[in-house]
Design a protein around this ligand. Structure first.
Ligand code: MN
Length: 506
């Protein structure tokens, strides 16, 4: 008998195929749970339609499919299929728990909580951001599903009324994309921005698209030719297991770059980059050497992010060379593992470290917990909102990782100073700090710190209050608030003293 698959079943089959490809131990049990989720969601959403007129289940499956393409694990993908069930149907979470277990029900509950808040101005913005932090600290998979849910909603945004489309697009660009970037989910970040771009900045989007169209075509030809030359040399040098492809720069990040380069397209070298994926680190450097014998490198464009990874743990070798036609070509060289981390961040972390899916790498966990603790300390809600706005600035800036002499890592924004570092260790260390030693050298308290610095803070016990001038120097909200708080206390202590003296006089 011929079995005819519906469109929905075909999509499910594609999801299962992806799961098998990226999760070698994907088993029959997991597959049947996924199928059960599909049938359950299909029934729960029966009769519901999307604005596009399609069955609602199309959205559930699309979200799960994006998750599976991004290398996420079977549990996350299964929860992805169920993500809108408790919110949009009569089915209670308890039933999901009974059928699919505590883990999946927990993730779905998290998503339902996240969707309660909508982006409406600054006040809601802060609330939304806080919910994202809480969700991240509880189970990062919740946020990851939210990202993929959002990607599909952006892909179908043309069906929304314009004011709602704009709100969703803005929220994606201002909240979701930076968080995805911070979590190392490069692919998600690029997708969110590029899908939101035409709605948030329609004219700018049209402009970038039109000025880059011919350039993209031309550069593709340059890459094709260079690729042939390179493959021949690699063969001669016996470097095997190499994948070469090209990466087109995301339109939105290209737009931002054009803005900082006088809108001059000729100054953007990484419009299209050649990407070379090799089997190990040794080959990364061997290929870099080979590339530089074939073509002349541009001065100052060689970057070794393998020896010195970016703050979000990105690793690669970058170089730009003049091809035989005198064209500038950016080349990125990395291992498969580095590539997976760059594109799929957290998902790759689970894949390579065999840690339980849903847990965060320690460096992220600490950072999110710090943000949450710090928010708890601020009781006043107006002040809280104001501070969240500042935290947002800290959050979006690039981060550096600085060490205490004992080897503890302190996560700070770029250009943070030893004073920021001191306040991140302890308020008392901040209030009493009088000097710093950076990598065995005496340094001033205002010297900007770099990733990898080992910093010792010298404290002076005779000192109990911070210097008001530090307010001009520090870069973190935490240090600034702590200094203000100490100065307020100092002020109160002084006026009490004066008052007592005054009272004693009479
Ligand atoms: Mn949804």
């Amino acid at each position: 008998m011929l079995y005819h698959m519906t469109n929905h079943e075909e999509k499910l089959a594609a999801i299962i195929l992806n799961l098998k490809k990226f999760n070698p131990d994907f088993d029959v049990e997991q597959e049947s749970l996924l199928r059960k989720a599909f049938e359950f969601a299909q029934q729960a959403h029966a009769g519901q339609k999307r604005l596009s007129g399609e069955d609602y289940i199309v959205h559930s499956l699309a979200t799960a499919k994006i998750l599976s393409e991004m290398h996420f694990d079977p549990v996350t993908v299964t929860a992805g299929i169920l993500h809108d069930v408790p919110e949009d149907t009569e089915i209670e979470l308890e039933e999901i728990k009974r059928i699919f277990g505590k883990e999946i029900a927990g993730i779905v509950r998290g998503i339902t909580k996240l969707s309660k808040v909508k982006y409406r101005g600054m006040e809601r913005y802060a609330e939304n951001l806080r919910k994202m932090f809480v969700a991240m600290a509880t189970d990062i998979r919740t946020v990851v599903i939210k990202f993929c849910d959002r990607i599909h909603n952006l892909q179908t945004l043309q069906h929304q009324p314009p004011h709602k489309a704009l709100r969703i697009a803005k929220e994606s660009m201002e909240i979701y994309a930076p968080i995805a970037n911070r979590l190392g989910l490069g692919e998600v970040k690029g997708k969110l921005e590029d899908l939101a771009f035409p709605y948030v900045y329609p004219q700018e989007h049209a402009w970038v698209k039109s000025v880059t169209k011919d350039m993209f075509k031309h550069k593709e030809k340059v890459i094709d030719k260079a690729k042939k030359t390179l493959i021949k040399s690699l063969r001669e040098e016996n470097i095997t297991d190499v994948i070469i492809n090209s990466r087109v720069k995301n339109l939105y990040s290209l737009y931002l770059k054009l803005m900082t380069h006088d809108k001059n397209l000729d100054r953007i070298y990484d419009l299209i980059a050649m990407r070379i994926i090799v089997k190990d680190i040794k080959d990364c450097y061997a290929v870099l050497g080979l590339v530089h014998t074939l073509w002349t490198p541009l001065k100052g464009r060689i970057k070794d992010y393998i020896a010195q990874p970016k703050p979000n743990n990105y690793q690669s070798l970058h170089t730009s060379v003049f091809t035989d036609e005198g064209e500038v070509l950016e080349i990125q060289i990395r291992t498969q593992e580095m590539h997976d981390y760059a594109e799929y961040g957290i998902a790759a972390h689970w894949q390579y470290s065999e840690k339980r899916a849903g847990t965060l790498p320690d460096s992220y966990r600490e950072w999110i917990n710090n943000l949450l603790d710090w928010q708890k300390e601020i009781a006043d809600s107006n002040q809280y909102l104001e501070n969240l706005q500042k935290v947002r600035l800290d959050f979006f800036r690039n981060r550096i990782f600085v060490f205490t002499p004992k080897g503890d890592v302190i996560d700070l924004p770029e250009d943070a100073t030893p004073i920021d570092f001191a306040y991140h260790i302890h308020t008392d260390v901040g209030n009493r700090c009088s000097g710093a030693i950076i990598n065995n050298n005496q340094a001033s308290l205002s010297q900007p710190l770099k990733s990898g610095d080992i910093v010792t803070i010298i404290t002076n016990d005779a000192r109990s209050w911070p210097n008001p001038d530090w307010l001009q120097i520090v870069k973190t909200t935490l240090a600034r608030e702590k200094i203000k708080e100490a100065l307020r206390k100092q002020h109160n202590a002084l006026s009490n003293k004066l008052r007592n003296k005054f009272n004693r006089l009479f």
